[in-house]
Write a protein that binds this ligand. Structure first.
Ligand code: ZN
Length: 149
């Protein structure tokens, strides 16, 4: 499995160095700001809906490699998704990073699997989940500040 680990590490580095959908969108319907004081990660997530689907999602901020890669992968996974699919992916990612038991195994994690190894480093789990909690807040409550503490 060492090769797979290397591949995953490469993908995380790639997404942290060249984050996708890394831009602000102050006109977005849903905006939330997340803060992980444990590591110093800060991330803002911008979500625009088209009916029940996520038409656009982007993020900005300054986070560590894990946080930035998680946010980048998240925007790719959620763009075009329905609210329901986004909710299920959010729950799957949260469990993948904590107890490893996916509540919605029928909803494929795809590339998000590269984050699974973070589970072995409990102090970094919040780095990876911060963008997701921030997204969730932007989607469900419009505008809010999220803190992992
Ligand atoms: Zn971090």
């Amino acid at each position: 499995m060492a090769d797979l680990d290397d591949l995953y590490r490469e993908m995380i580095l790639d997404h942290s160095r060249n984050p996708r959908n890394f831009r602000s969108n102050e006109a977005a319907a849903g905006i939330a700001h997340g803060n992980n004081p444990l590591c110093g990660d800060r991330v803002s997530v911008f979500v625009d809906l088209d009916g029940d689907s996520i038409r656009d999602i982007s993020f900005q901020g300054s986070g560590c490699a894990i946080c930035t890669a998680s946010a980048s992968l998240m925007t790719q996974a959620l763009k075009g998704a329905t609210r329901r699919r986004a909710q299920f992916l959010f729950e799957n990612v949260h469990h993948m990073l904590t107890d490893g038991k996916l509540p919605h195994p029928e909803v494929e994690l795809g590339k998000l699997h590269v984050l699974e190894g973070v589970r072995e480093f409990p102090i970094r789990v919040k780095c990876a989940t911060l963008p997701w909690h921030t997204f969730h807040s932007a989607l469900t409550r419009g505008s809010e500040i999220v803190s992992t503490e």
